[in-house]
Design a protein around this ligand. Structure first.
Ligand code: FAD
Length: 466
């Protein structure tokens, strides 16, 4: 049997570490160069959202790597969206039909460290504090710098970039042979704030907020405070706190990060727009002043690879906005596809990389589009009567004709069907729901038998779901 090629991975974040684990499990010799220090020694310096929603696609990839159970032990189940209206009323909109369809809040740092441990246990060699500077694709050599600025060179073998949205490998590839890069900024940014565990807050406040046990709010939900053009969300952390993320236009509108430059302005804005949330964030002034405003963009590339020499995966190839909670999940799906393709044809990386892009790119484009649409849904539509009527009609049809109707959110979140299929099916289902509601805006007045017949005669049955 031909010897498997050596693989050099740039980036030991979520996608890089999981990919490294799977490649090592398939007996590839894998080395990973990661810019940051080892988080298991230095503490996690993630800097971005400190928790993430893990859904079925990501879980399936973790199962493939033998890690799902371990990850779920540290995760908090979220059954649906807890929508907090302006007047203070809140209600749970379930994501799925029951507790078999839930998502999980996981700590980015803990997950990353678990994946690093697992990859190392499978034989991966990590080099921390090593930042890729550039690559010589003719000689297949890369140059790296450590924190002190000392530069070293390394023979790369196959080069794979999992170095995130600002990928240095992508920049180097693009300079060598343009990749057709297009970055579309959303124009909205985000800032993270923290609700501490219930014990750090007055009990009366926790009671009013619907807290439970060590949590100041209902723990098993993704909380949303939709306010039309902007919103706050909060995801639970296992130790009882919540990470709150404020999403707001960057500039050019009010409110925006530009018009809320200091804590006094931000506090006054929260007191008006999020009066129930503000008292739950006792370190509001410090969080607001100290935490940076993150930017959000969608990245599109015509080419993800340089023949058989270098390939981009995860955010480095297809960063998306976070509103479907699928960026990591999508990157995790990448890892399974790539590891399987490479294992099947280890000596033909040019064909493998081309096939990887052929399979994954339409799906990355589809989830990018759905993530953008979901921002409008989360910040605005979840409180809109027409949206709620459509959701209610969809729920009735899902019960009556499960083989013909499944909400797009569920197709994306709870199945392994390709994202591109979910997007296309979702559009066709939505057109039918709109037609039914156009004729009779009151859901109770709709003839469900006729509605079911319409779906069954217009749409082919759903494929096997997993
Ligand atoms: P990254 O996580 O960015 O990791 C890249 C790694 O490469 C890092 O460790 C970095 O240090 C390293 N690196 C960078 N440059 C170099 C270099 N020059 N040399 C060496 N190493 C380098 N996704 C979900 O699925 N669910 C969610 O709920 C969710 N919420 C999100 C919320 C927010 C606010 C944001 C911004 C994103 C969210 N995402 C979510 C998306 C998710 O964070 C990304 O899709 C995921 O982190 C991508 O993983 P990655 O490994 O490709 O990139």
């Amino acid at each position: 049997m031909a010897q498997a090629p050596r693989i050099t991975l740039i980036g030991g974040g979520l996608v890089g570490a999981l990919l490294a684990r799977q490649l090592a499990q398939r007996r590839f010799a894998v080395e990973v160069f990661e810019k940051r220090p080892d988080p298991r020694r230095a503490g996690f310096l993630g800097g971005r959202s400190i928790n993430l929603a893990l859904a079925e696609r990501g879980l399936q990839a973790l199962r493939t790597a033998g890690l799902a159970d371990e990850v779920l032990l540290r995760a908090v189940m979220m059954r649906g969206r807890m929508v907090h209206a302006h007047g203070g009323a809140s209600g749970l909109q379930r994501y799925g039909v029951d507790d078999s369809e839930v998502i999980w809040s996981v700590s980015r740092g803990a997950l990353n460290m678990l994946l690093l441990d697992a990859a190392e246990a499978s034989g991966v060699r990590f080099h921390f504090g090593q930042s890729l500077l550039d690559a010589d694709f003719e000689q297949r050599r890369i140059r790296l710098a450590d924190e002190a600025g000392t530069v070293r060179e390394h023979d790369a073998g196959l080069l794979i970039g999992a170095d995130g949205a600002g990928s240095a490998l992508r920049a180097t590839m693009n300079a060598y042979a343009p990749l057709g890069e297009r970055i579309e900024p959303l124009g909205h940014g985000y800032k993270e704030l923290e609700i501490p565990a219930a014990g750090a807050l007055p009990p009366e406040l926790v009671r009013q907020a619907g807290g439970e046990g060590r949590f100041a709010l209902e723990p098993h939900a993704l909380h949303i405070w939709p306010r039309g053009g902007y919103m706050c969300i909060a995801l639970p952390n296992a130790e009882g706190s919540f990470t709150v993320t404020l999403f707001l236009p960057a500039a050019g509108a009010h409110p925006s990060f530009a018009t809320l430059p200091d804590t006094a302005a931000a506090r006054a804005f929260f007191a008006t727009d999020f009066p129930d949330l503000l008292p739950l964030i006792p370190r509001f002034d410090a969080d607001y002043a100290e935490h940076p405003v993150g930017t959000l963009s969608t990245l599109y590339l015509d080419r993800w690879h340089l023949d058989g020499r270098a390939l981009l995966v995860g955010d480095a190839a297809h960063a998306i906005v976070p509103f479907h909670g699928q960026g990591m999940n999508c990157g995790f799906e990448d890892t399974v596809t790539l590891a399987q393709l490479l294992a099947a044809a280890p000596g033909d990386s040019a064909s493998v990389f081309a096939e990887f892009q052929r399979i994954r790119q339409p799906n990355a484009d589809a989830i990018a589009a759905m993530a953008l649409e979901n921002y409008v849904e989360m910040r605005d539509s979840v409180a809109d009567p027409h949206y709620l009527a459509k959701r209610a009609l969809g729920a009735k049809l899902a019960e009556r004709i499960p083989g013909h109707y499944m909400a797009r959110y569920r197709l994306v979140t709870f199945t392994h069907l390709p994202y591109a299929y979910a997007l296309e099916r979702g559009h066709r289902q939505d057109a039918l729901l709109e037609a039914l509601l156009h004729g009779a805006p009151d859901v109770e007045a709709i003839d469900l038998d006729a509605a079911a017949r319409l779906f069954q005669s217009t749409l082919e049955p759903l494929p096997e779901l997993r």
